[in-house]
Design a protein around this ligand. Structure first.
Ligand SMILES: *[C@@H]1O[C@H](CO)[C@@H](O)[C@H](O)[C@H]1NC(C)=O
Length: 347
């Protein structure tokens, strides 16, 4: 019975996203319902925050994380995974969210202090009326001196509805997805060496006060008049090779799962998704380390330099100011661009 209900719900979801595919130019079109949804009890443990900072729904598939004047909150997966799909539908806090960071990421920093690996989605709060911004990043084997940040705005308001954020990580590639849109793909190359994450990682989700840097370089701080700040996460997906981080270094028990991951739809970006990714990156990315030649005279080896994008970025990896004059044709994009302009100026 319950199964049937879920089934018909997921069919509804499929037809809705099918519809959205036609409505939204960024929609990628692939629509397989997600398996491997893990309840909080089965897959996760609280990391910090009080009892009232982490609230779970009755069915245990939804978690609310609260930031108030006393503390933020966070949880992590109980296991570490060597390669996998890490995903959740997330709704971010609304209204005044300056200084707040919501992070959804994989890491093994608890186990490997000096040689940790990490893959990040980090949402950087904003002041009302400004588009939400976020960044993705990766570290491998303690490469903390080589940040690989990209920063973007979003094509929707992430506080209004749930959207699915996915980190897909195999032995040969990493893809960050928002809903069905791949927004960033990193292919492992030999030159990248151990900067490509290779050791088992856990999934983390946190909300915390980052007043000192998150919003316009710390200019706008968390205002607790608007507390609590709540981020909602639901239908968490953990799918990968559960492995002991120390043992894993000695044996490779994950070959079968690695093969299986490569059969998932996440592994293959369709032509339509490629177009959506290109569009997203041309329209919404406002910083990329690959174009920041002040920081990296030679772009790190995984960078694929896109000639259209290169023209849009200055030598510091940020958008050229002229961009806001270039898009007069569409109402709205003008507004977005000038906001981006303002952010990069103050950031
Ligand atoms: C990771 O870094 C450590 C310490 O710098 C080094 O000993 C080790 O060989 C590195 N691992 C790989 C896979 O390169």
């Amino acid at each position: 019975m319950k199964h049937q209900l879920l089934n018909s719900l997921s069919k509804t979801a499929v037809s809705i996203s099918f519809l959205l595919f036609f409505l939204h130019p960024l929609s990628g079109g692939a629509t397989t319902p997600l398996p491997h949804i893990v309840s909080f009890q089965r897959g996760f443990t609280q990391l910090f925050g009080g009892d009232s900072n982490l609230l779970r729904s009755d069915d245990d598939n939804t978690v609310h994380l609260h930031l108030n004047q006393y503390t933020g909150a966070g949880f992590r997966s109980s296991d570490l995974y060597n390669h996998g799909v890490f995903s959740a539908r997330i709704k971010l806090p609304s209204e005044y969210t300056a200084g707040i960071v919501v992070a959804f990421y994989t890491s093994n920093g608890d186990v490997f202090e000096k040689t940790h690996d990490e893959l990040d989605f980090e949402f950087l709060g904003n002041i009302k009326g400004k588009p939400w911004r976020f960044q993705t990043n990766l570290y491998g084997n303690g490469s903390t001196s080589r940040g690989r940040e990209e920063r973007y705005t979003l094509w929707f308001d992430p506080s209004k509805a749930y959207h699915r954020y996915t980190i897909f990580w195999t032995s040969s590639k990493i893809i960050f997805y928002i809903d069905e849109v791949p927004i960033r793909e990193i292919l492992k190359s030999d030159e990248m060496g151990s900067d490509f994450p290779s050791k088992p990682m856990a999934l983390y989700a946190t909300i915390w006060d980052a007043s000192t840097w998150a919003t316009n370089g710390g200019k706008y701080k968390v205002n607790y008049k608007y507390a609590p700040f709540v981020t909602e996460m639901t239908d968490l997906v953990l799918h990968g090779c559960v492995s002991d981080p120390i043992q894993e270094l000695l044996t490779d028990n994950c070959a079968r799962m690695d093969n299986q991951l490569e059969t998932l739809r996440y592994n293959n970006i369709t032509p339509k998704q490629h177009i959506a990714m290109k569009r997203f990156r041309e329209k919404y990315m406002y910083y990329s380390y690959c174009y920041d030649t002040l920081r990296y005279q030679i772009p790190p080896p995984e960078c694929v330099i896109d000639s259209t994008l290169r023209q849009r970025f200055k030598e510091n990896g940020r958008l050229k100011f002229e961009r806001r004059h270039h898009r007069r044709s569409k109402k709205g994009s003008q507004v977005l661009s000038s906001q981006v302009y303002e952010i990069q100026e103050q950031d």
